[in-house]
Design a protein around this ligand. Sequence first.
Ligand code: CP
Length: 326
Amino acid sequence: MRTNLQRTMAVKTGKDLVTIESLSKKEIEYLLEMTAEFEAHPNRRILAGKVVATLFFEPSTRTRLSFETAAVRLGARIIGFNDPKVTSATKGETLNDTIQIVSNYADVIVMRHYLEGAATYASEVSRRPIINAGDGANQHPSQTMLDLYSILKTQGHLDGLNIYMVGDLKYGRTVHSLLMALRYYGCHFHFIAPKVLQMPEEYKLFCRENNISFTETSEFNESEIADADIIYMTRVQKERFTDLMEYEQVKNIYVLRRSMLRRAKKTMKILHPLPRVTEIAPDVDNDQHAYYFQQAQNGLYTREALICHSLGITLEQVRNDKTIIS
Ligand code: CP
């Protein structure tokens, strides 16, 4: 019989997804192919007998529900929490101990945490694969994979696109991850943000080091965005401000309205990781360029692929899977 200590020292099974930089171009494209397989057949029993833990130390609607739906649609069961106040973290239990315990129960752990670096730490101490569902203002790699899938589906390719990132580029972890993932594809970036929410210097340095071209402006108007292939809107992240007066000054700074889309390319699509507050006016929702609700739906197929990949299930196994439910 193995002791707890022996179990603690056991080698991890499966693959973590903590940061988007850890994925090569080949791995990204492999996961996108797997996502397309799941979009074709989202209901299967390929994860029958598996347990997926979803540990959400921060609020979420889409990420948690799409991971949980992905697990259920593939035949797995779910354990976890969406409010850390109902866990022993309130009694002082450390993240290390929480992860050790959940590693005893689940085959894969999906975690969202308010601290930057929490997912990296969890991956270092966990015996089960960790999927980072967002760590502070740092990274949100599963969102990036669904963003890439959405761009690929709507544009037909990822190469050389004009990508406009708008709003909170300082605290918005989704734009940081997306920028990094697109480094392989020669895209041109337009960063549109007020001064206090500009793209952080470290990401601009990343662009320079990776020969990624970018421009920066605080102007957001019809002519500024006319050349976009993708407009990636973001919410001003109130929860990350230390000075709420500063938040009040910028919270409604940009609003994308339908009238601003008159000169847009026919194929241009508007993405948003959601939730939105005021940054996309409701009159855009029925416009041909709006794609944010379909984008969230793509999250289901993407997360089916990510859970399977984390458990060592290959694209070939997914293609040959005989557990599809029509
Ligand atoms: N896009 C996203 O992360 O949404 P939630 O915060 O609702 O999970």
